[in-house]
Design a protein around this ligand. Structure first.
Ligand code: LLP
Length: 436
């Protein structure tokens, strides 16, 4: 039997995979497949870990912002709102979703490297707390639109501390050569900070950095905070500018495979806090309020995806393919990043049949539509069997598409042993609802 990676997973007397004690095969029968399943208790537990650790380590004014790009739908905003987190948003669509459930938008931080005038105007009208400003064009646009709306808008400036977090290229964002932010190393960070300090309708509250995603090395956060605080001390000594907030971004890694380490979030946060306090003392500056922006580590292992096997193809001398009823439309991460996943035969978890190595393929009409290669499954796998792909709670639903006009699967949430639909399955009618 496969290692279950996360302690919310188990196997029941029917030899079926369970999450939060709920049988995934029964969920498949009840809701159909493909099916995203998310464990609400697990999400809440992660929220509390971040919230309590940040308040205890940095002080009451410091709190986490859930990076909602990881999984953005109404019920997620309700959960994080109830748990007292703020949120990181990157589009008017995410802001609209949060606003529609009454999310306290003063705790919302609007990111993105290219906010349109519409985004800015809409977000200010809705009362967004902060923009995390990426560049000068945006700064001018926010200043102009805030003036038109007779308001002074709080912002953080996004800086790149020049750190390579040794994660995969597409998600490494803290390096100097990045589409995001202003580099400290080139002097552009100082220029934009000085400029922002002089704008009438902008209230510069502090600075932001995000070095990358799926990061396991805690040293990355220590180095990033050190560079940011050095910059903050420089702003104070050169311009008398006192930084009130420092946002260290997201990025803690999660376990996709048994071989991935498990990060102790709480002790990592205490380690970062001790370092931040020591560096501030060294520079003789006050410790700013801290924000962190976890996305993946809040939702990833709360989720799994359930599929039904359609075809099993053996090509003698070549590979074996197991095709399922989903694929890159509901999980594009292998096609995009070659992401690793643990795959289980959910309806026969302890099969004694001989195993075979196969490629788990999707149903989209292109060869790159794979979920995972070199998967070991029982060789007697057949049409109708149920496959579970673990740790899909982050960046699966939120990155899903209607490629090949596949309707998006529903998100079923589990709470204390019962299930409810948080996002309905799309119908065939939904797929063409905007067509004329
Ligand atoms: N803050 C900022 C500014 C970010 O850009 C991100 C992620 C986060 C926070 C949250 O990072 P996390 O805690 O989730 O690592 N689609 C990719 C991940 C892209 C991450 C983009 N930014 C994937 O599927 O792996």
């Amino acid at each position: 039997m496969k290692n279950l990676i996360c302690n919310n997973l188990s196997v029941n007397h029917s030899d079926h995979l369970c999450i939060d004690g709920v049988d995934t095969v029964e969920l498949a029968q009840k809701h159909g497949t493909p099916l995203y399943v998310m464990d609400e208790n697990r999400i809440r537990e992660r929220c509390r870990t971040y919230r309590d650790a940040m308040a205890n380590a940095f002080g009451e004014g410091s709190y986490p912002l859930y990076a909602s790009k990881a999984a953005s739908f109404r019920q997620m905003y309700r959960i994080i709102m109830e748990e007292g987190l703020g949120t990181d948003l990157v589009s008017s669509g995410e802001l609209y979703t949060a606003a529609s459930v009454g999310f306290p938008l003063w705790k919302a931080y609007f990111h993105s490297n290219n906010k349109t005038d519409f985004d800015i105007s809409y977000a200010i009208s809705e009362g967004v707390g902060y923009f995390v400003v990426d560049n000068v064009e945006e700064l001018d646009a926010i200043d102009r639109i805030a003036k038109e709306k007779n308001t002074r808008q709080k912002i953080l400036l996004r800086l790149t501390p020049g750190i390579d977090p040794h994660t995969y290229e597409a998600v490494a964002t803290g390096k100097v050569d990045s589409k995001f932010g202003s580099a400290i190393e080139t002097g552009q960070a100082e220029q934009i900070a000085k400029y922002a300090m002089g704008l009438d309708n902008i209230e510069l509250m502090g600075f932001h950095c995000h070095v990358g995603s799926q990061v396991f090395d805690s040293d990355v956060f220590l180095r990033a905070s050190e560079i940011m605080l050095e910059f903050i001390a420089l702003m104070q000594s050169r311009y008398g500018f006192v930084t009130r907030e420092l946002d260290l971004g997201g990025g803690y890694g999660v376990r996709y495979l048994e071989s991935d380490p498990e990060i102790d979030i709480s002790s990592n946060i205490f380690e970062v806090a001790a370092h931040v306090k020591a560096v501030c003392a060294r520079h003789g500056i006050d410790v700013p309020s801290i924000r962190m922006e976890p996305g993946r580590s809040i939702v990833a292992d709360a989720g799994l995806t359930v599929y039904t096997v359609g075809t099993v193809k053996r090509i003698p001398g070549y590979k074996n393919y197991v095709s399922i009823d989903g694929g890159m439309a509901d999980n594009p991460r292998y096609a995009l990043y070659k992401s690793s996943y643990t795959v289980c035969l959910a309806n026969r978890m302890t099969s004694d049949a001989p195993t075979f190595k196969c490629t788990l393929a999707g149903r989209c009409c292109e060869s790159g539509d794979l979920i995972q290669e070199d998967v070991i499954l029982p060789a007697d796998i057949k049409r109708g069997d149920i496959i579970a792909v673990l740790t899909t709670g982050a960046y699966n639903y939120s990155m899903s598409s209607n490629y090949n006009r596949l309707p998006k699967p529903p998100v079923v949430m589990l709470k204390d042993g019962s299930d409810y639909v948080a996002v309905r399955r799309e119908s065939l009618e939904d797929v063409c609802k905007n067509d004329i």
